[in-house]
Design a protein around this ligand. Structure first.
Ligand code: G6P
Length: 361
């Protein structure tokens, strides 16, 4: 067991540490020179689609929220992310030419498979993005793209999330180039993924800081909030999931503009509120939303992209393309969750009541 953990006390820390290497591996696998290499038949099927539906559960759904932005920006095809257990039974009205992308680290999630069974009955084209070759969802979808992340053992997904976003970005760029869009041609993804790998490493190298922050801000409170706007909100959802699933702090991610419409009533003296701030257009707005919580006694923390950082920001992360910031902003959240759980003496890798792969509906 200790060998499998490579000297780390828990798989989760090992897997957090592997993320820079996974980014580099994905570059090696999917790029030839500066061009992403993606199956042309897959690109042709995607080109033909009038709407891309991304389907996933848990962390994979959160990666889908980020991916939807990438496909809309790079390939200009309307894209929406959906929770598989909802999609399977709500049967939303679909566009005429849908294309389905299944995000699933394990390739075995029953709720996601339920949707795929229906998709196949309708003969719609589909892609599974998964970490497990020949898994059920990989075998049953029209196409597969692999995550190259190596086995993910800890129940709380870390490298699965960042690898999924990177593969979505690779596919979005390839599709946008195939469709001849300048946005995709100018998207310097290969270099970005290389410098993001270095940026991830620099955050991971300062992990002692996160242990101190976790012990100071998150070890006592029963609840905590992550806030952000747009893509930072998507990461807030994932950040909150990490914290709640392994440390049992009741954590939620909120669109920061929504706070004033209800959630701010929950803020008490000492409630941790962590703002994720990486986007130029919304940085000031999120900062003022955070100040509103401070005025009600919150303990405010910030995770901020370097070019937007101010002197008293808590965590400053390296800059990168605004569409790829989740790859960096999620790392502090993973580390905060890890050290909160560790500090409480919990089983980080095997939180109560949870399974790595949920094969029941
Ligand atoms: C479980 C795991 C989560 C995971 C979700 C979806 O709930 O605990 O970490 O995100 O399943 O799993 P999948 O393998 O489909 O990505």
């Amino acid at each position: 067991d200790a060998v499998g953990k490579g000297g780390y006390p828990f798989y989760m820390l090992k897997e957090i540490n592997e993320q820079p290497a996974v980014m580099r591996k994905l570059v090696q696998h999917y790029f030839n020179g500066d061009q992403p290499q993606v199956d042309e038949k897959l690109l042709a099927d995607l080109k033909n689609a009038d709407h891309i539906y991304i389907v996933g559960a848990g962390t994979s759904y959160h990666a889908g929220l980020v991916g939807a932005r990438l496909f809309e920006k790079m390939a200009k095809i309307p894209t929406t992310a959906h929770i598989s257990s909802e999609f399977a039974y709500e049967h939303p009205l679909l566009s005429k030419k849908p294309f389905f992308i299944f995000l699933t680290q394990s390739g075995e999630t029953a709720d996601s498979r339920e949707v795929l069974v229906h998709v196949n009955e309708q003969h719609w084209p589909s892609l599974t993005i998964t970490n497990v070759d020949k898994s059920t969802l990989s075998r049953e979808a029209t196409y597969t793209m692999l995550l190259d992340a190596g086995p993910e053992i800890a129940v709380a997904s870390t490298k699965g999330y960042t690898a999924q976003i990177a593969v979505e970005a690779i596919l979005a760029k390839a599709l946008g180039e195939y469709l001849n869009y300048d946005e995709a041609k100018n998207f310097d993804l290969k270099n970005q993924l290389g410098s993001i790998a270095n940026g991830m490493q620099s955050i991971i190298d300062s992990k002692d800081d996160f242990q101190a922050l976790a012990s100071h801000y998150l070890s006592q409170p029963r609840n905590a909030f992550y806030i952000g706007r747009g893509i930072d909100w998507s990461v807030s959802l994932e950040a909150a999931l990490k914290l709640k699933e392994i440390s049992y702090v009741q954590a939620e991610g909120f669109a920061s503009g929504e706070l004033k419409h209800g959630t701010i009533a929950l803020i008490e003296k000492g409630t941790p509120v962590i703002a994720i701030i990486t986007q130029d257009r919304t940085a000031g707005l999120t900062r003022s939303n955070l100040e509103e919580t401070q005025a009600r006694g919150s303990n405010a923390l910030t995770i901020v992209a370097r070019h937007l950082a101010k002197e008293d920001d808590t965590v400053v992360i390296p800059d990168c393309d605004p569409l790829l910031t989740p790859l960096l902003s999620v790392i502090p959240a993973q580390l905060l969750a890890y050290y909160t759980s560790l500090g409480k003496g919990l089983d980080v890798d095997k939180p109560r009541n949870l399974a790595k792969s949920v094969t029941v509906q």
